[in-house]
Structure formats: C-alpha cells, structure tokens
Design a protein around this ligand. Structure first.
Ligand code: NAP
Length: 296
C-alpha cells in the first residue's frame, strides 16, 4: 500500500521546468501531496498549466496560493525570491515548511530568512537535475530520479521540517546530501556555474568569429563546440540570476580557471607535451569517475 501523502497542501511558486517536474512527480506517485497548488507570473503560463492538468489548483494570486499550504516550494529564478517572498510571507500558515529548488543557496537564506514569520520553517534545497529547456512543457516526472538533491538546512532549522524535505526528495527519486549553504555555493560554482559561463562565452566568441568566416564556424560546429551549445541554450533569466547571486564563489572559480587555462596555453606555446598530456589525462579520469558513479 502506498504511504500517506507527505503534505496535505503543497504550493509551487513557479511552474517551469523544475516546478512542473515536481507537479508531475507528485501526480504520478500520489504519496507526495493531497492537493497541489501552483502559481506563476504570467497568464500564459497559468493557462498552459491549466491545460496540462498537472496540478489541482492554478492560482494567479501568490498570496492566495500559499494560504493553508503546509509546504511551499519556491521554483522561481533566484533573483525573484525577495519580491515573491515579500508578497507571500504574511499569508503563510503557522508551522508551514518553506523550501526551494534554487541553484544558489546563500542568496536564498539572505533573501527569505528575514521575511518569514516565526514558526515557519525554512529548509533550502537544490535538486541537481535539469535540462536546457524551460517552461511548464519542459518538465517530466522522472527528472529527479537517481540525481542528487542537496539540502542546506540552517543551524536552527527544525529537524522535523528538515526530515520532511529530505523525505520529499526521496519520494521524487533523488539521493540526498546535506551541505551548508556556503559550501554548496562553492561546489556548484565549479560543477555548474563556471561551465555555463564558459559555454555562454565560447558561443559568443564563435558567433563573433562566424561573421568573419562567413558562417563557416557555425557550419562545421559539430565537434566539441556542439556540446557547449546545448548548455548555452539555457534560460537567460535563470542564469543571469544564478551568476548575480553566486558572485563571489563564481568569480573565485573563474580566477582559478583562468590561471589554469593560461598555464595550459603557455604549455602549448612552449611545446610542453608532458604537461598537455597530463591535463588531458586528468579530464579523462574525471569522466571515468562520473560514469562509474552513474552521473554521466
Ligand atoms: P523556468 O522553467 O524558467 O520557470 C520559472 C518559473 O518561475 C515560471 O513558472 C515563471 O512564471 C515563474 N516566475 C518567474 N518570476 C516570477 C515571479 N516574479 N513571480 C511568480 N512566478 C515567477 O525555470 P526553472 O528552470 O524551472 O528554474 C526554477 C528554479 O530552479 C530556479 O531558481 C533555478 O535556479 C532552479 N534550478 C534550475 C535547474 C535547471 O536546470 N533549469 C536545475 C536546478 C535548479 P512565468 O512563466 O509566468 O514567467
């Protein structure tokens, strides 16, 4: 027999790739929430979510959407948390859990903590799952299966609320890890934010060059460049917000990367074959490690 639903009323603030994937997972499993309420910013998204039939209630008013919810999940770009948080905070049910899926965690604590009334439990989290697509049509119920979800509780987070958030992600199929927000932000800066920064940059560089080469660069882009273009197809608002809200960690990783890239460039200039080979071998080793961990 299926477990009883974890939440009575689950509210999703934002129903794009991540929010709509949660909605679909909740619908598919039946043991996540009795009722799922969704809110988005634009009438077009609200209408599309209604058409898709992936939630029980579509609510255009954020304040009304959170009323009576025992769990509220922020699934909006991290730059919108303060604005949305200010609207919903006075309407949260006493004892409610507020959690999120944002790609940065220090900013979430900074933006939401001061707004939440006493007795409401903040437990930030970040599912390490995604695609380059966005919007309610992009989601799918299996998105989180076999992927890590990093929960970043605060020192004074209520243990029962933390356990509920962990159980929620377990039911979505994720493997749970716990980190403090600062460590999380450092780790994702290297594994996710810097690769996106590089992908966006390499595509702009190639685009500039394509003008000089009369399109030849884009025409023959099938080799390594193509993999960068997939990452670079990601949502501009989401990634603008991620960069601006993980500024310090991202700039630190970018500085380290730039030093290492210059060192490799120097080895190329001076014909240091051994150094070049060593760097390539390290890349292969990391790839093998990912395959062994089934995260490739
Ligand atoms: P998305 O597909 O672009 O969806 C964003 C959703 O937020 C849309 O429903 C949008 O509504 C809504 N929204 C934006 N601003 C709002 C506001 N001011 N008030 C109310 N709703 C608002 O984005 P996503 O990829 O699902 O990302 C959502 C969150 O997940 C972000 O914080 C991101 O950092 C995190 N995340 C993303 C990925 C990924 O790979 N995409 C992975 C892990 C975590 P409208 O459509 O009406 O504008």
């Amino acid at each position: 027999m299926a477990d009883a639903p974890l939440f009575d009323r689950l509210c999703l603030l934002g129903v794009g790739l991540i929010g709509s994937s949660i909605a679909r997972a909740a619908k598919a499993r039946g043991d996540i929430a009795r009722t799922v309420v969704a809110h988005a910013k634009t009438p077009a998204t609200l209408e599309r979510v209604r058409e898709l039939g992936i939630v029980d209630v579509v609510e255009p008013d954020a304040a009304k959407a959170v009323q009576g919810a025992d769990c509220v999940i922020f699934c909006v770009p991290v730059g919108a948390y303060a604005e949305v948080g200010a609207v919903v905070a006075p309407h949260l049910k006493p004892g409610a859990i507020v959690t999120d899926v944002g790609s940065t965690k220090g900013s979430v604590v900074r933006d939401l903590s001061p707004l939440l009334p006493a007795g409401v439990h903040l437990v930030p989290a970040h599912p390490m799952a995604g695609t380059e697509h966005s919007g309610p049509d992009a989601g799918f119920a299996e998105l989180f299966e076999g992927r890590y979800c990093i929960v970043t509780p605060l020192p004074d987070s209520d243990p029962a609320a933390v356990e509920k958030v962990r159980e929620f992600w377990r039911r979505c199929g994720s493997m749970i890890e716990t980190l403090d927000p600062a460590t999380h932000d450092k780790v994702v800066a290297i594994v996710s934010h810097l690769p996106h920064l590089i992908a966006f940059t390499i595509c702009s560089t190639a685009d500039d060059l394509a003008e000089e080469t009369k399109e030849a660069v884009l025409k023959f882009a099938a080799s390594g460049f193509r993999d960068f273009t997939r990452i670079a197809a990601s949502d501009p608002t989401m990634w603008r917000d991620v960069f601006l809200n993980n500024r310090e960690a991202l700039l630190e990783m970018l500085a380290r990367f730039t030093e290492d890239a210059h060192a490799l460039g120097r080895a190329v200039r001076w014909g240091q074959a051994e150094y070049i080979e060593d760097r390539i071998r390290r890349g292969r080793k990391i790839r093998r490690g990912l395959i062994e961990r089934k995260q490739a």
